[in-house]
Design a protein around this ligand. Sequence first.
Ligand code: AMP
Ligand code: MN
Ligand code: MN
Length: 320
Amino acid sequence: MQTRPTANTTRQVADLLRSLNQAAVTTHVGPDGDAIGSAIALMYLLRSLGVKALFCHAEAMPSYLGWLVPSEPLEECPPGYDVLVVDTSRSDRIGAPHEEAVRLNLDHHEDNPLYGEYNLVDPDAAASAHIVAGLYTELGIALDKKTAEAIYTGIWADTGGFRFRNVSPETHELVANLLRAGVVPAEVYDRLNRTGTIEQLNIVGVSMANAEHYGEALISVVDEDDYERTRATELDSKDAIDRLRSVSGVEVVGHLRQVEEGTKASLRSERVNVGEIARALGGGGHKLAAGYTTRKAPQEAKEELLAALKDVVDLGSGTN
Ligand code: AMP
Ligand code: MN
Ligand code: MN
């Protein structure tokens, strides 16, 4: 049996960063605010240390996060660059091809199998960006405004705008320092939330209209017809997940989106370990925010999810 590699300390990782010459920073597929925020903050940290650092990602940046990225990401990690991965629970979810092994795996997913040579993984951190902030402190490097905005975005994203159960006094203490470094929350909020399109608005509306109530579960399915009707994409529809959490008595929310391979699912809860459910269905994530992709078409995927939820929550009479 392979032994589980031991996680490293912030000090050990700070020493590693100081020893690098050139580094490629990357993050997970389907990047969110924490993925890009923590990657960019780590890239700036490396540059402050005199390391030649690049951000690499094969996919286009989501439009609401483009402002964080100072220059077009490289589509692959260049050979000879140390590969540093942030916010990525498994190595098969890394969003840029890389020849070199993963030198650093910096993350906060509790199911992270420590796939890097160095691993800085703290499941108690609300966001990977918080772990990057800890490296700034360890290395005694002051936060400038653009770094503080990147870290703030990561924390904002993974706490649902400071609403989720992962918010702690430490979260707000860090945010106080980010504001001292120049972050203006209203400015960041506008960049993140007032840059949408009518297509996104419409598919979010369709996602809400498609929601079905099964006792303590609420599931919304969007398929190709919905994309066609709204001229939106799967990614546009993902914004709906937090809007589906408003119904009283609901313990688990599922948003199922048709994709080429089958169906992509996002699960959210305030109490139920949806990470376990997502893992059972081939995905992963956090206890209260998780996801997976199944080969099943959307309606079958809904049945599969309901079957997985049957023993976990009360599905009522099975109809809405
Ligand atoms: P999402 O619903 O896509 O916002 O994802 C919520 C959480 O679940 C994130 O932490 C993701 O990293 C994780 N997650 C989503 N899809 C997958 C998947 N297919 N495999 C493993 N983890 C996933
Ligand atoms: Mn993420
Ligand atoms: Mn994260």
